[in-house]
Write a protein that binds this ligand. Structure first.
Ligand code: NAP
Length: 759
């Protein structure tokens, strides 16, 4: 056996292969167009686990790159990888991101047995170098196909400068003989291991239920009947937002006996609580709401593309009556404790007014952004004017006209409040700690023609959302921002900036969230737009962020920047003049005391884990969820928590919703949960729990996915828990995108729930 570097071999044949390129054109093409091969010299020899870890990065998906196969030389010095991708640049970007800077990437023709399953996972194989004088491509493929039934794989660059054959180790000699008898003597060969690095293999190594389908269930044929456990409910849902109502409707549809508890006096979740001026949705509203009923789509007439809070709250009330859900709901009933009964395998649920209930399954639809967070300035309680958090805005409203109003916070909420009340308040003081990039929302009224189009195309719209990275009607432009000229890039940015919603963010170049250079081009474009819109250059300078675009959810603005051109709107930059304390008459900064009548806290939420942490959640052995998450959330798929059997989270931590269209992510979560419960019941089990191993794997994947994006460059946000004192700085959201999240969830369900323990 001669051991050589693949690159040496490749160089050796490249020159000659170029000559016989036309011959190879006749080679049987099975995967032309979107196949790419990459020859890599890793900076340090990776092992199989490392290759798998790299493959799970969300950036593969964001670039629409599927990593099909990898051949890792035994000495770890070379890798030959096979991808499906839109273009070579996407592959290069992914490789650069994974630290492989010197890869040779070529569009490839793949021949032989193209079924990735043909060569077994992690099997020993040999990579054979083809000589240039190997005869015609047709002869080569015919001989191999005849003699070996196509059980080889040839990766040949379309340029004709790389040509490698991969065969099972056991067959390598026979293949060499076949080629030899055709007058083709190999130049060289290398022992390698074949790896299937496709992200779908996440959890596949776990002991799971892959064989469960064929295994007799504990009580096969005796599905648990609704309410079978001595009057206990089948399920309790906590929360009446999009998540809770979706779950309630879905579980009732399965014939379960379900009750929903909600702390507020009405339905809507965030849309019930966030009644502050200017609150409106940031997803095109018709893509955000329930999709479970075509009748609902036909019946409800949306008035605006990005509907305001009041319209959405009305919609929720309509939905719960239209589908007769109200009788299953208890309002003004905050859940204070949920304890798992180890012996009985059910949850007991206790509300603030002392009601106790038991249920087999518990769905925590408590929301990611529902635990309001007040700033911790000294003297907060001493303010003598009206003060409130935006997420606890009183139903009766707050009188603002002509008054001196302060707003602390310039996230998505602060932006909406500020642009709406500028001009109404007598004087408006904006207390800004970190500026943020806003893009124009370009909201507009919807007319009959819009509604008709939506109803007609409803199926296609849902499909488009499902197939997009973030569940929106927008999706990344499948081209690298580096693959175009500066002029073209600028023209694209301008076009996106003129489009509604998140077009500029999630319809931008494919590597916006991956490549700091591309991100900087886009960020810089927005900085320029801020300068154009704000008259005073000094104010503009303070409004300009320096972090990468998209590392916070991008607020959509309707006149935000122009508001700062008004003489009665004042920007207080807290980086220059921090707040020292709140005093009875207003806010004292390091420079002055600003007198106020109203102080609005748009200061965000204890996000992701906050709502559940406020409930006494105890799993097996009385273990507390708050304790478990003290050093950061740990979940399985963002949907379950090990040690807390039969508890499901909708839109919980580690979920894709923070970067996606929450409505679409929530329905995907609920569908998975319903299917899982159905599976447990049909199998005759009563308890399901995530294994510690599966939870660890998902939690590590969540960290990996974020590290594969620019998010990791700016951790001062609720995405990392930075806005809540005492919280560990750990990523709380899934950065791989909604499509990727769904893919992992579906893979688990389709494989019979590996990673979950049934009993
Ligand atoms: P947020 O993004 O966490 O923003 C909170 C703001 O308050 C930030 O500007 C923050 O500054 C500031 N802040 C917090 N504590 C402060 C303190 N002690 N002193 C001074 N400033 C302080 O919260 P949010 O704006 O409520 O938005 C949260 C999420 O809700 C969004 O990311 C989005 O997902 C969702 N949302 C969506 C919409 C929509 O359009 N549908 C509207 C509103 C909210 P720092 O940045 O320096 O921490």
């Amino acid at each position: 056996m001669i051991h050589i570097h693949l690159s040496t071999a490749v160089r050796g044949v490249a020159r000659k292969l170029r000559k016989c390129r036309s011959e190879f054109a006749g080679f049987i093409l099975r995967n032309a167009m979107n196949d790419f091969m990459a020859l890599i010299t890793p900076p340090a020899p990776p092992d199989v686990d490392e290759v798998r870890r790299l493959a799970r990065h969300g950036c593969l998906d964001i670039h629409r790159v599927s990593w099909l196969r990898c051949y890792l030389s035994r000495d770890g010095t070379r890798m030959l990888c096979w991808y499906h991708a839109p273009d070579a640049e996407s592959v290069r970007l992914v490789l650069r991101h994974q630290g492989f800077t010197d890869a040779v990437v070529r569009a490839a023709v793949v021949s032989g047995d193209a079924d990735p399953g043909a060569l077994a996972e992690s099997r020993d194989c040999r990579v054979l170098e083809l000589p240039a004088d190997s005869g015609t491509s047709a002869a080569l493929s015919a001989r191999l196909d005849d003699a070996h039934g196509g059980r080889y794989r040839a990766l040949i660059s379309q340029q004709g400068d790389l040509a490698l054959l991969v065969v099972d180790h056991d067959r390598a000699d026979a293949v060499a003989d076949t080629l030899g008898s055709a007058g083709i003597a190999l130049i060289d060969e290398q022992n390698a291991v074949e790896i299937d690095p496709r992200p779908a293999s996440l959890f596949s190594t776990l002991p799971g239920a892959a064989s469960r389908a064929g295994r007799p269930s504990r009580r096969a044929g005796q599905a648990v009947a609704p309410g079978d456990a001595g009057g206990m409910l089948d399920a309790v849902v906590i929360g009446a937002g999009l998540s809770g109502i979706s779950a309630l409707h879905r579980l009732l549809g399965m014939g379960l006996v379900v009750r929903l508890y909600e702390s507020g006096s009405g339905a809507g979740g965030v849309w019930h609580w966030n009644r502050y001026p200017g609150a409106r949705v940031d997803s095109e509203v018709y893509t955000y709401v329930f999709s479970f009923s075509d009748d609902l789509v036909r019946e409800w007439d949306w008035q605006e593309l990005f509907a305001p809070q009041a319209e959405i709250a009305r919609y929720f009330e309509h939905v719960i009556d239209r589908f007769d859900l109200r009788r299953h709901m208890r309002f003004d009933s905050p859940v204070v404790a949920v304890h798992f009964d180890d012996g009985g395998g059910f949850w007991t649920i206790e509300t603030a007014d002392g009601e106790r209930m038991s249920a087999r399954y518990l769905v925590a639809a408590t929301g990611a952004l529902t635990a309001p967070q007040m700033p911790d300035y000294p003297g907060l309680d001493t303010f003598s004017g009206v003060s409130c958090h935006t997420a606890r805005w009183p139903c009766s409203g707050v009188a603002l006209a002509g008054r001196r109003v302060g707003v602390i916070g310039t996230g998505a909420t602060g932006v909406q409040v500020i642009q709406t009340i500028a001009g109404e308040a007598g004087e408006l003081y904006v207390f800004q700690r970190t500026p943020t990039y806003c893009v124009p929302q370009r909201n507009r009224p919807m007319d009959d023609a819009d509604r008709e189009r939506i109803r007609r195309d409803w199926g296609r719209i849902l499909d488009a959302c499902r197939d997009s990275w973030g569940g929106f009607v927008h999706d990344f432009h499948p081209v690298s921002g580096l693959a175009v000229s500066a002029a073209d890039r600028r023209a694209k940015f301008e076009e996106l900036w003129r489009s509604p919603g998140f077009a500029f963010w999630l319809g931008n170049y494919a590597d916006l969230m991956m490549n700091p250079e591309v991100n900087e081009y886009a960020s810089d474009f927005l900085r320029e737009k801020i300068r154009e819109q704000v008259d005073d250059p000094d104010v503009a300078r303070r409004l300009i962020p320096d972090h990468p675009l998209g590392t916070k959810r991008v607020p959509l603005e309707n006149g935000y920047y122009e508001a700062f051109n008004r003489p009665d709107v004042h920007l207080v930059d807290l980086r220059e003049t921090p707040i020292e304390r709140i005093v009875p008459e207003g806010v004292r900064t390091s420079r002055e005391t600003i007198p106020l009548d109203v102080l609005i806290h748009a200061t965000g939420f204890d996000a992701g884990t906050g709502a559940l942490a406020r409930i006494d959640v105890r799993g097996t052995g009385g273990a507390s969820l708050a304790d478990k998450w003290r050093h950061g959330a740990q979940t399985f798929l963002g949907l379950m928590v090990s040690g807390f059997p039969n508890l499901f989270l909708v839109n919980g931590p580690h979920n894709a919703a923070a970067l996606s269209n929450a409505g679409r992510s929530i329905e995907q979560n609920v569908t998975w949960i319903a299917r899982c419960i159905e599976h447990v019941r049909e199998s005759g089990f009563t308890r399901i729990d995530a294994s510690a191993e599966a939870e660890k794997e998902w939690t590590e994947h969540v960290v990996d996915a974020a590290n594969g994006t620019v998010l990791a460059q700016m951790t001062d946000s609720w995405f990392y828990g930075a806005n809540t004192s005492g919280k560990p700085r750990r990523v709380t959201i899934y950065a791989g995108g909604a499509r990727e999240h769904r893919r992992h969830c579906d893979a688990v369900a389709n494989a019979g729930y590996p990673g979950l323990d049934f009993s």
